[in-house]
Ligand binder design. Structure first.
Ligand SMILES: NC(=O)c1ccc[n+]([C@@H]2O[C@H](COP(=O)([O-])OP(=O)(O)OC[C@H]3O[C@@H](n4cnc5c(N)ncnc54)[C@H](O)[C@@H]3O)[C@@H](O)[C@H]2O)c1
Length: 252
């Protein structure tokens, strides 16, 4: 088991990529704190983990609220004594992404990452180290889809990852981020409603000829969270089926 008895908080773990990370980490022996603003989704993730013999609890914390983020960390410490791993995964709703809602995108994805990390770092310092994995996006690396507020928030997550990694290396706190390409989660449902073929239309852009599955990102998060990544910090781990490597359809 690669995370035996590690205490891991995953934000936005009620569905999609966060849920897959929570389930993956629990299978590797972590005690998982499932955070979400949706109680039904969060408790469902916990049930799946417990039914498989793993350990998890649900805490409802809106990561965009610094007080709630602090409470998420302090409640975890009260229950489990410490925090070893934090995965900052939560994002605002698809509607807010599509409507370029700057307040929602920046406050959840970017400031939420900062709030939770700032609350967890003193605990990790006392503990002699820890691992933070931030879920950014290819949209933080290249221009796509005109969703400027989301892209700027994710670019900010990449910069924040590097800045915090440099500041906390000597605390033995490793801080890395993942840039996923398209991953089939419920986040795509409103787009599929508008255009049922959208995911099929996206596939040709991917050198690997498919879009991602949540477990593809969960496996990368597992590596970064685990001791196997002991020399990785400030890294930007692109897991995108080759999307940002280039485009083989470019005419010649
Ligand atoms: N799905 C993709 O194609 C894709 C691609 C690149 C990056 N990502 C990134 O991966 C992460 C997860 O994406 P997903 O597709 O699983 O998203 P999702 O919308 O399916 O899941 C996000 C979860 O976060 C929760 N949430 C919303 N606001 C919150 C808040 N303020 N505090 C705590 N929880 C909150 C939601 O209730 C939901 O359960 C995001 O950071 C996203 O930007 C996703």
């Amino acid at each position: 088991m690669r995370l035996k008895d590690k205490i891991a908080i995953i934000t936005g773990a009620g569905r999609g990529i966060g849920k897959a990370i929570a389930i993956r980490f629990a299978k590797e022996g972590a005690k998982v704190v499932v955070d979400d603003v949706n109680d039904a989704l969060g408790t469902d993730t916990v049930s799946i983990i417990r039914d498989a013999g793993g350990e998890a609890i649900f805490l409802n914390a809106d990561v965009s609220n610094p007080t709630a983020a602090e409470a998420l960390i302090s409640k975890t410490v009260n229950i489990y004594r410490t925090v070893d791993i934090l995965v900052n995964n939560a994002i605002c709703s698809t509607e807010d992404v599509l409507n370029n809602n700057w307040e929602a995108n920046l406050s959840v994805a970017l400031q939420g990452t900062s709030h939770c990390s700032n609350a967890a770092i003193p605990i990790m310092q006392q503990n002699g180290g820890g691992s933070i994995v931030n879920i950014a996006s290819v949209n933080g690396l290249i221009g796509l889809q005109g969703i400027h507020a989301y892209s700027a928030a994710k670019g900010g997550v990449i910069a924040l990852t590097r800045s915090m990694a440099v500041a906390h290396g000597r605390d033995n706190i490793r801080i890395n981020c993942i840039c996923p390409g398209t991953v089939q989660t419920e986040v795509w449902d409103p787009m599929i409603e508008r255009n049922p073929r959208i995911l099929d239309e996206i596939i040709p852009w991917y050198p690997l000829g498919r879009i991602g599955k949540p477990v593809d990102i969960a496996n990368a998060a597992l590596f970064l969270a685990s001791d196997e990544a002991s020399f990785a910090t400030g890294a930007v781990f692109v897991i995108d089926g080759g999307l940002t490597a280039g485009n083989h359809q470019f005419p010649i």
